[in-house]
Design a protein around this ligand. Structure first.
Ligand SMILES: Nc1ncnc2c1ncn2[C@@H]1O[C@H](COP(=O)(O)OP(=O)(O)O)[C@@H](O)[C@H]1O
Ligand SMILES: [Mg+2]
Length: 346
């Protein structure tokens, strides 16, 4: 869905399972500049529910947040999470965007495991070389039910959904520079861990794994015989540190993270085998609330042999210096909202 009118002012809204975050930016001297931001918790389970009453409740929370943050427009860009979309890389002869939009309709049924009447198709060029004869395209299908749910929530909140982006693509926009190197972005959220492979600034592969902060807390509770509140404190305090509590929390969570690492390696292999892409992954950028689990970067670095960095979505923005401390403490939660707000700006 893209009803964009160029130059229309809008703000980015990340509807997460644990909370909502918003960011409004303005281009000042061609530099995206922070106007306002804000976040609010969502009762758990609300966002994953499809009941109209729960959508109404999400809308109420969103309404309060936009009022508190004093956003200056009703126009919103939101994003679908990787777990809700189908994305595949396909090859096509070089053609115009219009021709691609037309011809993906005829190819999509081979890749999308849903009737095409029930999805909205979108595409992103992965091959940016205009002279290439064959090009790679990321084909993305968003189920109409998902798009309608978002439309409904924003409408109930008195806002206008201008475009429904893809969260993983938004994150690449906020955290990955358009340099030549290939990077993997891993988002550790409450219910999922999402992996995106970003090649030359373009997101080329998106995967969602059913491992998140909630499941890490659950296995810790089970293995150590704790309730979930205590287990969450242990996860936050000890995380993947092997020397604390005789490594009990580490050992409880390790199988889940081994899963993530396996998927990550498979995704990388798949990406470079599929199509004529060259290059290699040079680093991992991590984001999402649960990326701050102690020793997460070390764990991933050891398991993959790649350098691991904490994502910083504020890096391409201008903002007043006094925000510095506050913003850096929230970097991991805001990568999606910043990326959505940056749409059509970078
Ligand atoms: N320091 C921390 N250690 C472990 N888990 C954390 C930490 N900080 C936040 N989390 C967890 O991260 C999750 C929120 O991450 P976020 O990316 O905002 O999720 P979502 O997009 O699903 O709302 C919550 O489940 C929260 O408990
Ligand atoms: Mg999220």
């Amino acid at each position: 869905m893209d009803l964009f009118i160029e130059d229309e002012h809008y703000f980015g809204v990340d509807l997460g399972n644990s909370g909502i975050r918003l960011v409004e930016l303005k281009l000042i001297h061609d530099k995206p500049t922070l106007v306002t931001y804000g976040d609010i918790e969502l009762p758990f389970g609300l966002m994953s529910s499809d009941s109209p009453a729960d959508q109404q409740r999400v809308a109420e929370v969103l309404k309060k947040l936009t009022a508190d943050a004093r956003v200056s427009t009703k126009n919103v860009v939101a994003g679908s999470p990787a777990s809700k979309v189908f994305a595949s890389i396909i090859q096509m002869p070089q053609m115009s965007d219009q021709e691609i939009a037309h011809s993906i309709r005829f190819q999509a049924d081979k890749y999308i495991p849903m009737p095409l009447e029930q999805v909205k198709l979108d595409f992103f060029r992965l091959t940016t070389d205009k002279d290439a004869e064959e090009i790679d395209i990321l084909l993305v299908a968003t189920p109409t039910t998902v798009a309608n749910k978002y439309l409904n929530i924003f409408q109930l909140a008195g806002l206008e959904l201008m475009a429904l982006d893809i969260n993983a693509i938004a994150q690449a926009r906020s955290m990955v520079a358009a340099t030549d190197i290939d990077v993997i972005v891993v988002e550790f959220a409450s219910l999922t861990t999402d992996i995106a492979l970003v090649s030359k600034g373009v997101t080329g592969l998106i995967r969602s794994i059913n491992v998140g902060a909630k499941s890490m807390v659950r296995v810790t509770a089970q293995n150590l015989g704790l309730d979930e509140v205590q287990a969450e404190q242990f996860v936050r305090k000890f995380g993947l540190t092997q020397t604390k509590l005789e490594g009990q929390v580490y050992r409880a969570m390790k199988p889940l993270l081994d899963n993530v690492v396996d998927e990550l390696k498979k995704s990388v292999d798949y990406f470079y085998q599929n199509g004529a892409k060259e290059g290699k992954v040079e680093k991992i950028i991590i984001t999402g609330g649960a990326a701050s689990i102690p020793e997460m970067p070390v764990f991933l670095a050891n398991a993959t042999g790649l350098p691991v960095e904490m994502g910083n979505p504020w890096q391409r923005l201008s903002y007043a210096k006094e925000f510095n401390d506050r913003l850096s403490g929230m970097a991991l939660s805001y990568s999606t909202a910043v990326g959505l707000a940056l749409r059509n700006m970078v």
